[in-house]
Design a binder for this molecule. Structure first.
Ligand code: GLN
Length: 482
C-alpha cells in the first residue's frame, strides 16, 4: 500500500480518501517489522498510530526518526547500551514540529553508537544491512533512517549529520540525503555529538520530498542558540527555477585521488554526468585546491569532533539518567557505568578527545585543528563568491560487512574521496547527495554543496540535476517507481 510511494502520491491518496493515516501506519509498521530480520533498521517500532491531524503536506504521512532525537515517553537509546532503557521527558523540536504537521512516526532507527561512526555496524541492537545487498554496510551513522527510506517503507526519515552521516549513507543506499545550513533546523533535543558540526538532516527518494520536509522543519527556535532567523520563503515554491548559467566547480585533487578500480568507475560516472549537466547549459569547471589542506580534512574532523564529543557526553555518568552500574563510591559507579555502557569505539574516541583537551595538548591539537578548519572554510567562501556550488562524487560504493574488521576503520581512498563531505560541516553549508548511477549493481551518489544560507538555491539546483540524471524514486533493488 505504501511501499515506495513518494509524498505527492501518498498525499493524493490521503486527500482522495483512498487510504487514511492509520492504513498507512499499519502497512508501514508491518513492512518495517518484516524487514527487521534482513536489514535491522529499527531500534523500536511504534505499536499505535498517533494520528494528530494537522493540515500540512505531511499530514498522515509516515516517517522514521533516528534514535538520537528525544521523543517524550518513547524509548530513545542513541543506539548505546548506556541509554538502552532511557525514556526522555521532553520532545526534540524536530519531533514536535513533525507531530504538529500531522506526520506519523512509525519507528526509531538504529544509528552508529551515539552517532559516531560511518558504518551502521556499532549500534547496541545489532548491525544495519544495506537493503541493496545485505552482505554490505548501509553506511552511517544514520543507518536505519537511510535503510528505511531505501526499502520504501517510509517516504522520508530524519537523521543527523556531523561529518557526513546523512549524505554518505544516502549515497550507499541509493537515496537523497540533505543537510541544510547550520542553524536552519533546530537541534533542540538532538543528542549532541560535536556541537560546532552537528546538523539535522533529511532522507527521501527524491529532492522534492526532501524540500517538503525541510519547509516543515526549518525556522527559528529559541531553544537552540545556534538557530537562524526565519526566512519568508517556501523552498518548494522555488524548486523549478531555471539553472542555465549556474556555475559549479569540482575539485581536481579529489577526483584524481582515487586508487581502486571501483572508485575509478565512480569517477567515470561522475564525469559522464558532468557532461550531461554541461549540455543542459550548466557551467562546470575544474578547480585546484591545496592538496595538503585537503589531506588534513579527516584529521581536522577527527580532532574537533572527538574533543567536542568527549565534552558533550560527559553527562553520561549513570547518575542523572541512563543505565547505572553498582559501585562503592560515586567514582566507582561512574567508572563501572561508562566501562560497561560504551563500546570500544566510543571509548577510543573519548580517550582521544580527553587527550586533545588536556591543557598541554590543546594548542598543538585542538586549536591548530580549528585554525586549519578556518583556512578551508575561508578558501571555500572565496570560491563561493565565484561559484553557486561544489559538485563531487559522494564517495565509493558500500563496502562488504566484515565483522572481524575495525569498525572505525578508514577506506583506502579515505583522505579525499571518502571524507570531503566534512567540508559541508566545517562551513555549515547546505549540502545534498542524490543518486547518480550504479557500480557493481550498487548505487552511488553525487553531492552538491552550496554557500551558507543558499538552501533554496541548493535544492533548486539538485532538483534540476536530478531530472537531468534521470534516477528518481528508486527503491532498493533498483525498482524505479516514479
Ligand atoms: N562518519 C563520521 C564519524 O565517524 C561522521 C559521523 C556523523 O556525521 N555523525 O564520526
Amino acid at each position: 500500500m505504501i511501499m515506495g510511494k513518494n509524498i505527492d502520491e501518498l498525499r493524493q491518496e490521503l486527500d482522495e480518501g483512498v487510504v487514511n493515516a492509520c492504513d498507512l501506519f499499519n502497512s508501514a509498521m508491518e513492512a518495517s517489522s518484516k524487514s527487521q530480520e534482513s536489514v535491522n533498521a529499527f531500534v523500536s517500532i511504534m505499536d499505535k498510530c498517533e494520528c494528530s491531524g494537522g493540515s500540512s503536506v505531511l499530514s498522515g504521512i509516515p516517517y522514521a526518526l533516528k534514535d538520537n532525537f528525544s521523543t517524550s515517553g518513547i524509548l530513545t537509546t542513541g543506539s548505546s547500551n548506556i541509554l538502552k532503557d532511557y525514556v526522555p521527558v521532553f520532545d526534540s523540536t524536530v519531533y514536535k514540529k513533525l507531530k504538529e504537521a500531522g506526520a506519523i512516526l512509525i519507528g526509531k532507527t538504529v544509528l552508529d553508537e551515539l552517532a559516531m561512526g560511518g558504518s551502521g555496524l556499532t549500534g547496541h541492537t545489532g548491525i544495519v544491512r544495506n537493503p541493496w545487498d545485505t552482505t554490505r554496510i548501509s553506511g552511517g551513522s544514520s543507518a536505519g533512517s537511510a535503510a528505511s527510506v531505501s526499502l520504501g517503507i517510509v517516504p522520508f526519515s530524519i537523521g543527523s549529520d556531523t561529518g557526513d552521516s546523512v549524505r554518505k549513507p544516502a549515497s550507499l543506499c541509493g537515496i537523497v540525503g540533505f543537510k541544510p545550513t547550520y542553524g536552519r533546523i533546530s537541534r533542540f533535543g538532538l543528542f549532541p555529538f560535536a556541537s560546532s558540526l552537528d546538523h539535522v538532516g533529511i532522507f527521501a527518494r527524491n529532492v522534492k520530498d526532501i524540500t517538503y520536509v525541510t519547509d516543515v522543519l526549518k525556522g527559528y527556535d529559541e531553544l537552540d542558540m545556534t538557530s537562524l532567523p526565519d526566512e519568508d520563503i517556501k523552498y518548494v515554491d522555488t524548486l523549478d527555477k531555471d539553472i542555465k548559467e549556474k556555475k559549479l566547480f569540482y575539485i581536481k585533487e579529489i577526483v584524481e585521488s582515487v586508487s581502486t578500480e571501483e572508485n575509478k568507475e565512480v569517477i567515470k560516472i561522475f564525469k559522464e554526468n558532468i557532461d550531461k549537466f554541461r549540455s543542459e547549459g550548466v557551467i562546470v569547471e575544474e578547480v585546484s585546491f591545496d592538496k595538503k589542506l585537503l589531506e588534513c580534512l579527516y584529521p581536522i574532523y577527527f580532532i574537533i569532533s572527538c574533543a567536542e564529543a568527549t565534552s558533550n557526553n560527559s553527562n553520561l555518568t549513570g547518575f542523572i539518567f541512563g543505565s547505572r552500574e553498582q559501585g562503592n563510591s560515586p567514582r566507582e559507579v561512574m567508572f563501572n557505568t561508562r566501562t560497561k555502557g560504551f563500546s570500544e569505539m566510543i571509548k577510543r574516541r573519548f580517550i582521544t578527545g580527553s587527550y586533545i583537551l588536556q591543557r598541554e595538548n590543546q594548542e598543538r591539537l585542538f586549536l591548530n585543528a580549528k585554525r586549519a578548519r578556518r583556512m578551508i572554510v575561508e578558501k571555500m567562501n572565496l570560491l563561493f563568491k565565484e561559484y553557486d556550488g561544489l559538485i563531487l562524487p559522494a564517495g565509493g560504493i558500500a563496502p562488504k560487512i566484515n565483522p572481524d574488521e575495525e569498525t572505525d576503520r578508514l577506506g583506502s581512498d579515505y583522505l579525499l574521496l571518502d571524507n570531503h563531505l566534512a567540508i559541508g560541516n566545517f562551513g555549515g553549508y547546505p549540502s545534498i547527495t542524490f543518486p547518480m548511477g550504479y557500480v557493481s549493481n550498487m548505487p552511488v551518489g553525487i553531492n552538491l554543496t552550496c554557500p551558507q544560507r543558499e538552501d533554496a538555491s541548493c535544492l533548486n539546483i539538485a532538483f534540476k540535476l536530478e531530472s537531468v540524471i534521470g534516477i528518481k524514486d528508486v527503491c532498493a533493488g533498483g525498482e524505479n517507481i516514479g
